[in-house]
Design a protein around this ligand. Structure first.
Ligand SMILES: C[S@@+](CC[C@H](N)C(=O)[O-])C[C@H]1O[C@@H](n2cnc3c(N)ncnc32)[C@H](O)[C@@H]1O
Length: 216
């Protein structure tokens, strides 16, 4: 190819090339995030259509530590519609714990065998490998602040748990939560990465550290 022909080939400016490079590496990370990055909260962006509001780092860490303490040595933890807690637990490298993420959003299938597709509308439609009452603790944060959503999610929670329940939902759900799951509101107040219009609270049915402190 002569110099003059080469000059005719359209070229991208260095800025455009850098932007393109960044775009491709972001795409790659979304489809195949590697190493510990895979467990960063926010690696999967919030989709508000699915009522996704991620916890702050501090809250996710506090809830993950609570799950570890409540589950006991080599325990089994179910994160139901609470993907940030799953991510934080895995970021902590607690390979001694068996942890599953029950989620409707299939982007979380990047977590392989630990991802269980779950739709609260079909509360007991779970794979055979998920035995009844096989989790030491279930942490759940249902997508909607409605009696129907909490009632159906409660069916899943009661199926999965051996006893302990940690529920995060709106303060307005206090009465329903007590009726459906026998849980009571904790002093600890969960925080999100964004300011939400509704007050959120944690609820438990066991003696929990979350009830002995007011904030993270
Ligand atoms: C209020 S968010 C709770 C997330 C939590 N704050 C966290 O940071 O992990 C509700 C969750 O329910 C999930 N979700 C949406 N539709 C659902 C459905 N039909 N069944 C089960 N979960 C659903 C969302 O993907 C989201 O993870």
């Amino acid at each position: 190819m002569s110099d003059s022909e080469d000059d005719d080939v359209p070229r991208l400016s260095s800025h455009a090339l850098a932007a393109l490079q960044e775009f491709y590496s972001e795409q790659k990370q979304q489809s195949d995030p590697g190493g510990d990055d895979k467990y960063n909260i926010g690696i999967i962006e919030e989709n508000w259509q699915l009522s996704q509001f991620w916890y702050s780092q501090e809250t996710a860490l506090r809830l993950a530590k609570e799950a570890i303490a409540a589950a006991g040595d080599c325990g089994r933890i179910a994160c139901v519609s609470a993907p940030s807690v799953y991510q934080k637990l895995r970021e902590l490298h607690r390979e001694d714990f068996s942890i599953y993420i029950f989620e409707y959003d299939k982007r979380f299938a990047i977590y392989g065998e630990e991802f269980i597709f779950y739709d609260y509308n079909n509360p007991l439609d779970l794979p055979e490998k998920i035995a009844a009452h096989s989790f030491d603790i279930v942490i759940a944060d249902p997508p909607y602040l409605s009696e129907e959503c909490l009632r159906k999610t409660s069916e899943t929670i009661k199926y999965l748990t051996q006893g302990k329940i940690l529920l995060c939902t709106g303060a307005v759900m206090e009465e329903e939560a007590a009726k459906l799951l026998g849980v009571k509101m904790c002093k600890f107040i969960p925080k999100h990465t964004r300011t939400l219009g509704n007050e959120f609270r944690c609820y438990v049915n066991y003696d929990s550290g979350l009830d002995r402190e007011i904030s993270v």
